[in-house]
Design a protein around this ligand. Structure first.
Ligand SMILES: [Ca+2]
Ligand SMILES: [Ca+2]
Length: 154
């Protein structure tokens, strides 16, 4: 997805809290939090998400790339593995559900990740470094296009 504006994200999150009571109940029973607590967590998450989103929107290309990189580097060891990328992309598709068109099944998520991963992993060692991601995003005049493509991944 492209970086949505704040009103869109705001609307999306209040939709989840207001109009998907079943998901809230399910979350409550799994996590043992009360519905009220979960709504509180949602709001906190939303606030944090929105503030980093606007930080990123105002930041330099370098900031944007570093932020996207840290999003994918789940264990923060400085490398993105294919497994991490698949995890993050799947989680995002799950979270956004039908908000994303076309709806992708697990197989197409994996194919999509494989294709993008191999493009960015220029030395082919099976992990993506910040350096590789930065080089890939800023190479030649196609950098804006590449960043857009990254945005569609997450
Ligand atoms: Ca990692
Ligand atoms: Ca590599």
């Amino acid at each position: 997805m492209a970086l949505a504006n704040e009103e869109d994200m705001e609307a999306f999150f209040s939709d989840v809290v207001r109009y998907r009571p079943q998901e809230l109940n399910q979350l409550a029973s799994v996590t043992k939090f009360s519905r009220r607590e979960i709504q509180h967590i949602y709001r906190g998450f939303k606030q944090e998400f929105l503030s980093s989103l606007s930080l990123v929107a105002r930041g330099s290309l370098h900031d944007k790339i570093a932020w996207i990189f840290s999003l994918y580097d789940i264990n923060h060891d400085g490398f993105i593995t294919k497994h991490e990328m698949t995890e993050v992309v799947s989680a995002i598709y799950e979270l956004l559900g039908h908000a994303i068109e076309p709806v992708l099944d697990a197989g197409s998520v994996e194919r999509h990740v494989n294709a993008v991963f191999d493009l960015i992993d220029t030395n082919g060692d099976g992990v993506i470094t910040l350096d590789e991601m930065e080089r890939w995003c800023t190479r030649d005049e196609g950098n804006t296009k590449s960043l857009d493509m990254l945005n569609t991944v997450w």
